[in-house]
Design a protein around this ligand. Structure first.
Ligand SMILES: Nc1ncnc2c1ncn2[C@@H]1O[C@H](COP(=O)(O)OP(=O)(O)OP(=O)(O)O)[C@@H](O)[C@H]1O
Length: 415
C-alpha cells in the first residue's frame, strides 16, 4: 500500500448529486391544494413530479455534480438562483421532487440563522443536541466542548438560552459546532456574512485548515470570499447550473449574467438620431476584436461617433465600472488636450488604448460618454453592452494575492 496523499482527482467522492430538482408554488393556497392532491395521488401511485402545474416553478432544476474530499466548492448566483434550496436539500432539510443525493460521512452545516438550535435551550445544551444529531457520543462532545465555546467566543454566554443570542452570536455558535465537529462535508450558506469581519476571517482560516480532510460547499455573494476560500466554483441561475469548474470562469459567467440582467431591467433605448455614439468595441494589440483579456495586456477601446450636424470641440470620457461596486476609474480626452470635430453626416472612429491593464479577474462594464459645449453638455452616453472580461492569470488561494480589483505594479527587493 502506498503512503502518498491521494491527489484531489483520486480522492474519495463525498457528495454526489444526480438530476436534483425541487419545485415550489408561488401561491400558498394553491400550494396547499397541490399538497393534498399529491398526497392522494401518491397513495394511488400516480405521482408525476417532473411536471410543473400552474403557479409552480423550479427552484432547483436538474442539478448534478460531484465533490471530493479536499475540494471546496463556491456556489454563486443571484438572489433566488436556488443556492439555499440546493443546500437545504443536501442537508436533508427539504426533500427533492426528483433526483438523488449521496453523501458519505458526517455533515456539518450552517444554513439558516438559528436553524438546528432549540431556542429555549442554552448554547451548551444545544452543542450537546447538535453533536448527538451528528452521531457523537456525550463523552466525545464533552471533549470538544471547550474548543467549540472558545472558537465561538461565547464563554460568558454559553449558559444563556439561544433565543436571547444576537444574530452574530448564533452564527458563531452555528459555525463553531459545524466546523469543530470534524465533519466530512461542511456546508456553509451566506449566513456567515452576519458575523463580524474578525470572526469571518477566523472562519475562513478554519475552512482552509479543514480542507484537506473535508469536502466544503460555500455560498457567498462576495466573489472575493469565494476566490479566497474555494478551489472551484459553480454558477447557478434560475435553479440551474450554468457553469461548474474553475473559479475565474465561474466569476466571469456570474458577472456577465448580472450585466445582461441589468441591461434587461433598464430597457435601454439607444440614441440613433442627431449626434450619437454608434458603437463601442474592444480590440487587442493585433487589432483583433476581443472581449477577454489578461491582467497586464493592452486593451484598445474603439468608439464610433456619428453626427448629422457639424459639431466642434467635443470630448470623450471612458469609465470602467465594476458590476458589484460601481465606477472604478475614468479618463477624459481633455486631460490629454484631445477634442473631436465632426462635419455634417460624418462618422468618426476614435481609439483609446488602456496600457498594461491593471484589473484582476472579473467582468467589467465600459461606459463611454460624449460631451459638447455648455449648450450641449451631454451629447450621448453608452452605458451598457461593452464587457471587458479579465480572465487570467489564474486565481489560486489567498497566498497568491489576487484579492480586489487592481494589480499594482510592484517589485520585491531582497536585502
Ligand atoms: N419554501 C418555499 N416556498 C416557496 N418558494 C420558495 C421557498 N423557498 C425558496 N423559494 C423560492 O425558490 C427560489 C430559490 O430560492 P433560494 O432561497 O434557493 O435562492 P438563493 O439563490 O439562495 O437566493 P439568495 O441569494 O437571495 O439567498 C426563490 O424564487 C424563492 O422565492
Amino acid at each position: 500500500m502506498s503512503n502518498t496523499i491521494p491527489s484531489k482527482s483520486e480522492s474519495e467522492v463525498l457528495v454526489k448529486v444526480e438530476g436534483l430538482s425541487k419545485k415550489f408554488c408561488k401561491d400558498l393556497k394553491t400550494s396547499l391544494w397541490y399538497g393534498v392532491k399529491d398526497l392522494l395521488s401518491g397513495m394511488g401511485g400516480n405521482k408525476n413530479d417532473r411536471e410543473l402545474r400552474p403557479k409552480e416553478f423550479w427552484a432547483v432544476k436538474d442539478v448534478s455534480f460531484e465533490l471530493r474530499r479536499g475540494e471546496c466548492l463556491g456556489l454563486i448566483g443571484h438572489n433566488g438562483a436556488g443556492k439555499s434550496t440546493l443546500l437545504k436539500i443536501l442537508n436533508g432539510l427539504i426533500n427533492p421532487d426528483a433526483g438523488k443525493v449521496t453523501i458519505k460521512g458526517r455533515v456539518g452545516a450552517l444554513i439558516e440563522l438559528g436553524a438546528g438550535f432549540n431556542p429555549i435551550l442554552s448554547g451548551r445544551e444545544n452543542i450537546y443536541n447538535n453533536g448527538a444529531v451528528l452521531g457523537f457520543s456525550r463523552k466525545e462532545i464533552t471533549e470538544k466542548l471547550d474548543d467549540i465555546i472558545a472558537f465561538a467566543e461565547l464563554e460568558e454566554f454559553i449558559d444563556m438560552p439561544v433565543q436571547n443570542y444576537s444574530s452574530g452570536m448564533k452564527v458563531r455558535l452555528g459555525f463553531a459546532v459545524a466546523a469543530q465537529m470534524e465533519p466530512d462535508v461542511l456546508i456553509i450558506d451566506e449566513v456567515l456574512a452576519v458575523g463580524d469581519v474578525a470572526f469571518r476571517m477566523k472562519c475562513y482560516n478554519r475552512i482552509l485548515e479543514l480542507i484537506d480532510r473535508t469536502a466544503v460547499i460555500f455560498v457567498s455573494h462576495s466573489l472575493g470570499q469565494i476566490l479566497r476560500v474555494c478551489s472551484k466554483a459553480m454558477t447557478m441561475d434560475i435553479g440551474q447550473i450554468v457553469y461548474n469548474g474553475g473559479l475565474e470562469k465561474a466569476v466571469t459567467v456570474y458577472e456577465k449574467l448580472y450585466l445582461n440582467k441589468k441591461i434587461g431591467d433598464l430597457k435601454i433605448v439607444e440614441k440613433t438620431s442627431g449626434s450619437f455614439i454608434k458603437n463601442v468595441s474592444l480590440f487587442d494589440k493585433n487589432e483583433k476584436p476581443e472581449t477577454d483579456f489578461s491582467t497586464g495586456e493592452d486593451v484598445f477601446v474603439k468608439i464610433q461617433l456619428y453626427s448629422e450636424e457639424p459639431i466642434y470641440k467635443t470630448r470623450l470620457r471612458v469609465c470602467i465600472e465594476s458590476i458589484n461596486i460601481g465606477p472604478l476609474g475614468a479618463f477624459s480626452s481633455p486631460f490629454s488636450e484631445v477634442y473631436f470635430d465632426l462635419k455634417e453626416k460624418e462618422q468618426k472612429e476614435v481609439v483609446v488604448s488602456i496600457k498594461d491593464l491593471p484589473l484582476q479577474i472579473g467582468s467589467y462594464n465600459i461606459i463611454v460618454g460624449w460631451y459638447g459645449d455648455d449648450d450641449n453638455p451631454v451629447i450621448d452616453i453608452k452605458n451598457f453592452g461593452t464587457h471587458l472580461n479579465v480572465v487570467s492569470p489564474e486565481v489560486k488561494m489567498l497566498a497568491y494575492g489576487t484579492d480586489g480589483f487592481f494589480r499594482f505594479k510592484h517589485e520585491w527587493i531582497k536585502k
